[in-house]
Design a binder for this molecule. Structure first.
Ligand SMILES: Nc1ncnc2c1ncn2[C@@H]1O[C@H](COP(=O)(O)OP(=O)(O)OP(=O)(O)O)[C@@H](O)[C@H]1O
Ligand SMILES: [Mg+2]
Length: 318
């Protein structure tokens, strides 16, 4: 059974804003990335999963419990990190930690100290006077301090510096090994790439793609950039390979993605099974350099935002 289940969730705020027919599920032990730009609908979806809002249509469940009517149970058992952190006035970090520990009935000093140490947080200051990064660290520490089996984290690293972001990534990887189930919303490709097993991309309130993260790393479609030594070789290549971005939709053949006549560079789309014949063919030409441009999660994500540009085909869609 899925630990988190979102089925056809719709919350229409008007003027095209909100979330529409959103469905995905997170299995036990999975780290699930919910990737989307500002205003895409990540926090709206997460607030429904936590049970803070009643869906107009569809449903959200955690541990098989419908969220809205069970939000107390869900909040008590899930490590939650809100997208917008609103800390109560007049409390120090320590007092906030104490308040959250009492609310969630957790008392694990060893884990708390380990988290404070790991994220280099001194909670003595008043929360109001904390820097954005320290507030975020406080939210991370309180989400994890009860050692919950399930974590729902809305942009956990926004406001953290790159060193702390890496600390967070390493920590999530450790927690994943310990069998935790984590839903993580983000617009940072590196952290989603480094931690997630499954990824959903949300755009304008709709899920546009859900896929296994390994599909990106082991994509059988490659992009090679070749710089020719002579204008003759550069020109000749166009007689052999098709120059059509429509080819990318299937990516079955070797084809030209883009070219730059000034520096004699051509980008080729090549399927794994065609690499040998591609290299053999190229050996007949004068070549200055040859390199593979790795296809990244960012490349895939950006395709949903620039479908008409040169690298416009969708390599695979699910
Ligand atoms: N309570 C609300 N009333 C009206 N519109 C809302 C409400 N909450 C969110 N929206 C709108 O719904 C859309 C999705 O917002 P949401 O906060 O879910 O985006 P997000 O993906 O979390 O963005 P960000 O990365 O900026 O946090 C936005 O257009 C937002 O303005
Ligand atoms: Mg948000």
């Amino acid at each position: 059974m899925a630990v988190i289940d979102v089925e056809n969730l719709t919350q229409d705020y008007g003027h095209g804003r909100g979330v529409f027919d959103v469905s995905f599920s997170v299995d036990k032990g999975q780290v699930f990335g919910f990737l989307g730009p500002n205003g895409a609908g990540k926090s709206t979806t997460i607030r429904h999963i936590m049970g803070f809002s009643k869906p107009q249509k569809g449903s959200t469940k955690v541990f098989g419990l419908e969220s809205f009517h069970n939000y107390y149970k869900i909040l008590a058992n899930v490590g939650y990190l809100p997208g917008e952190i609103a800390l109560p006035e007049g409390l120090t970090g320590w007092e906030f930690i104490k308040m959250m520990s009492d609310l969630r009935k957790v008392d694990n000093k060893e884990l708390l100290n380990r988290l404070l140490d790991m994220f280099k947080l001194n909670p003595s200051a008043e929360t109001k006077k904390m820097s954005l990064g320290d507030k975020r660290k406080l939210a991370i520490v309180t989400a994890f301090m009860g050692d919950p089996d399930v974590l729902i984290l809305d942009e956990p690293t926004s406001g953290l510096d790159p060193v702390m972001q890496q600390v967070f990534i390493d920590f999530v990887k450790e927690e994943k090994k310990r069998g935790k189930t984590i839903l993580l919303s983000s617009h940072m490709f590196n952290e989603v790439d480094a931690t997630c097993d499954m990824i959903s991309i949300i755009k304008d309130g709709k899920i546009v793609s859900t896929f296994e993260a390994s599909k990106i790393k082991h994509n059988e479609n490659k992009n090679f950039e070749v710089t020719f030594s002579s204008k003759e070789s550069y020109n000749e290549i166009f007689e052999i390979y098709p120059k059509s971005r429509n080819n990318l939709k299937t990516f079955k053949k070797i084809s030209i993605l883009s070219c730059n006549p000034e520096i004699l560079t051509v980008n080729f789309a090549v399927n794994d099974k065609d690499i040998n014949s591609f290299v053999q063919q190229l050996s007949n030409f004068n070549i200055k350099s040859f390199k593979e441009n790795k296809f990244t999660l960012e490349d895939y994500f950006m395709q949903f935002y620039r479908e008409d540009k040169d690298f416009g085909g969708v390599l695979w869609k699910k």
